[in-house]
Ligand binder design. Structure first.
Ligand code: RP5
Length: 162
């Protein structure tokens, strides 16, 4: 976790295909991340150790992706006052709606910023973490502004007619 500014955690190897979007978005903005598989229910001790290391290591935001009865983001937030950004993932019969509700419906007192289900959420969680960092890092702020400008420039004014 030495040089990382953002931690990305996920409940299972099966989440990686989606959560890699968060890592890629951070990489694009020059923000280092530390990526781990940590399950709130399968590896609870790994979670508490990780949070301690994240706080000691200067991590500025934690992105937590999980599916099903997704309590990873909420339990992580219970252990720290670092910003926790939750990404609900598909992978159950309910196609992520279960994870969305589990992540977003935190009782008052322990906040989890919750993003869209799946890849869009993973990407936006990374961009939001960048926005947090950009408050005190001019280089990241400039990269974020350039990213927005490039995104706007890539939108055509008229549709291609096939
Ligand atoms: C959650 O259960 C994980 O985050 C994953 O999305 C889901 C299924 O996990 P696996 O059974 O694929 O390991 O804890």
């Amino acid at each position: 976790m030495a040089d990382a500014r953002v931690a990305i955690i996920m409940g299972s190897q099966s989440d990686w295909g989606v959560m890699r979007s968060a890592e890629e978005a951070l990489e694009g903005l020059g923000i280092t991340s530390d990526v781990r598989i940590i399950s709130a229910h399968r590896t609870p001790e790994r979670l508490t150790t990780f949070v301690r290391e994240a706080e000691e290591g200067g991590i500025e935001a934690i992105i937590a992706g999980a599916g099903c009865a997704a309590h990873l983001a909420g339990v992580t937030a219970a252990h720290t006052v670092l910003p926790v950004l939750g990404v609900p993932l598909e992978g159950s019969a309910l196609q992520g709606l279960d994870a969305l509700l589990a992540t977003v419906q935190m009782p008052g007192g322990i906040p989890v910023a919750t993003f869209a289900i799946g890849k869009a959420g993973a990407k936006n969680a990374a961009l939001f973490a960048a926005a947090i960092i950009a408050r005190s890092d001019e280089t990241v702020r400039e990269k974020l502004v350039k990213f927005r400008e490039a995104q706007s420039a890539a939108v055509p004014h008229t549709p291609k007619r096939d």
